[in-house]
Design a protein around this ligand. Structure first.
Ligand code: FAD
Length: 474
């Protein structure tokens, strides 16, 4: 077999798997030896956009990846520092003739990629980058005038119409030069942080991701169209963190779900699987929005709503009460506590809690965005920003500002038996669930040790409408 390179580096980023990994597949095909490398970030203590749960998930993904590499005769090389400096050292040490990586859709990742390409050019070696994190990159799905879509429905139609790339294989064997040194696998100590011991997270790694997909396709996703809004039912795939860290590829998820959709017996099951596939298009819509409009990380997507006046987070302890699940709105508190306990929150409840923060407490969506990023194991910059701006009414194809969900009626619609609320708010275990669907009277709390609602929804709704209207007219 003839190779193009004697040694190449595969730079792992958010693609922590061996199967169907485009850059790794090509690196292993074209190179006699491969240095599979992950570069740890250097921050310590506190990070605006991640937290102990997600870092622990990352550590577990890396441990699993290292095992998988060993099983095919290779080793994971861990380095720490700025990606450019670490790669430069490694290129020189290993005498690598090429660097392979999968492209990252977020602006920070793309900035680093440009520098890596310049580095390779300056060192006179090849640099190969691939589409892998998404099925269609932002520039592949454009409207008739060649511009990015700002609305989901036409985007998704175009997205579905495009031919889908096939799934690649899994390298059978990779040789890695024995003299290349590696740091030990990271732990939370690497960043000087500790995990709350009560956090119960999903398991990490490529096998766990494959099992989650298989489980989802064998049951929950067959009823997804009807059940996906029921937060007490295990009705979704739970693949968010896997897609975030690339322990499974979006191509694999798409083709497996499509295959099941082709084989199922009822129209309802087919519809369910199609509804699920639409979520993959939402993921790529938000990645395209972030790719084309990176300013959404700082300001409102819709220019009309920039510089809205939000309240101070300290006012009445509002932000703390929301974060800790002590608002006195059972569905909101259940969601916020699910997030703290598991690093996950059901999609419907993400919308309710986000709308509550912005429309009932009048707090800046960026506060909530950062809190979610610190706690969600599936924290994904593009989806999170999209979800927050949607809920705040400021984003791409967002809920219009005057459509304000009422947490009490949302409870009646999506958790009418109170199963979800009772699971996460034990103080309410003995309360009649019908009482979760309307505000309690001031002298009649839902339980002795549960707070009265911190605000009156109708009053705050009117205030939101006023704030947006005044801003619009100004
Ligand atoms: C305020 C808010 C914040 C959010 N933050 C994130 C986030 O940080 N990371 C994240 O992956 N999703 C986020 N979402 C979208 C959605 O809530 C999660 O993707 C979903 O709950 C994850 O559970 P699942 O993997 O079981 O999803 P499933 O329902 O099984 O969907 C499969 C996959 O499709 C994608 N997806 C599903 N719904 C959406 C959506 N509305 N927008 C974009 N992609 C979607 C995800 O990758 C998800 O894993 C957010 C939504 C809101 C309203």
């Amino acid at each position: 077999m003839s190779f193009s390179y004697r040694t190449a580096i595969h730079w792992f980023r958010r693609d922590l798997r061996l199967s169907d990994n485009t850059a790794l597949w090509n690196a292993s095909r074209l190179s006699e030896t491969v240095v599979p490398t992950f570069i740890l970030s250097e921050w310590r203590g506190d990070h605006h956009w991640t937290g102990p749960g997600r870092q622990q998930f990352l550590c577990d993904c890396l441990a699993s990846l290292a095992n998988n590499l060993e099983a095919i005769g290779s080793r994971l090389i861990i380095r720490q520092g700025k990606a450019i400096a670490a790669l430069e050292t490694l290129i020189k040490e290993s005498k690598a003739e090429a660097v392979f990586f999968n492209r990252d859709p977020d602006p920070f990742g793309r900035e680093t990629e440009k520098k890596v390409q310049e580095l390779c050019r300056s060192l006179g070696i090849e640099c190969h980058s691939y589409k892998d994190v998404v099925i269609h990159e932002p520039d592949e799905v454009l409207n008739g005038s060649g511009n990015p879509y700002r609305v989901y429905t036409p985007y998704s139609k175009n997205w579905f119409d495009q031919p889908k790339p096939e799934v690649l294989g899994r390298p059978k064997q990779i040789s890695t030069p024995s003299e290349i040194s590696s740091l030990p696998l990271p732990s939370l100590k690497t960043w000087g942080i500790t995990l709350d011991s009560s956090l119960t997270m999903i398991s990490a790694g490529e096998r766990a991701a494959r099992e989650r997909l298989a489980t989802a396709l064998s049951g929950p996703l067959l009823h997804y169209a009807v059940k996906r809004n029921d937060p007490a039912a295990d009705s979704s795939s739970m693949l968010g963190a896997d897609l975030r860290y690339g322990t499974i590829s979006p191509r694999t998820v798409f083709h497996r779900a499509q295959k099941v959709a082709d084989e199922v017996e009822t129209a309802e099951q087919r519809k369910s699987l199609h509804t699920f596939l639409k979520q993959l298009a939402w993921r790529e819509f938000y990645m395209a929005i972030l790719g084309h409009y990176p300013e959404v990380l700082d300001e409102e997507f819709n220019p009309q709503w920039r510089h809205l006046q939000w309240d101070a987070p300290e006012k009445d302890d509002a932000f703390d009460r929301w974060r800790e699940g002590r608002t006195g709105f059972p569905i909101v508190d259940a969601g916020m506590r699910q997030l703290l306990a598991t690093g996950y929150m059901h999609n419907r409840v993400r919308m309710i809690t986000a709308m509550f923060l912005t429309k009932d407490l009048h707090l800046d969506w960026r506060l909530g965005e950062s809190h979610f990023m610190r706690h969600l194991i599936d924290g994904e910059i593009a989806n999170n920003n999209g979800g927050w701006q949607w809920s705040a009414g400021t984003g791409a194809d967002a809920a219009p500002y005057f459509r304000i969900q009422n947490p009490w009626t949302q409870t009646g619609r999506y958790d009418s038996n109170g199963d979800y609320i009772k699971r996460w708010v034990p103080e309410l275990a003995k309360t009649d669930p019908k009482r979760f669907q309307a505000p309690p009277e001031p002298l009649d709390p839902l339980a002795d040790d549960y707070p009265l609602p911190m605000v009156d929804h109708r009053t705050e709704r009117d205030r939101t409408l006023e704030i947006f209207k005044v801003h619009k007219d100004s």
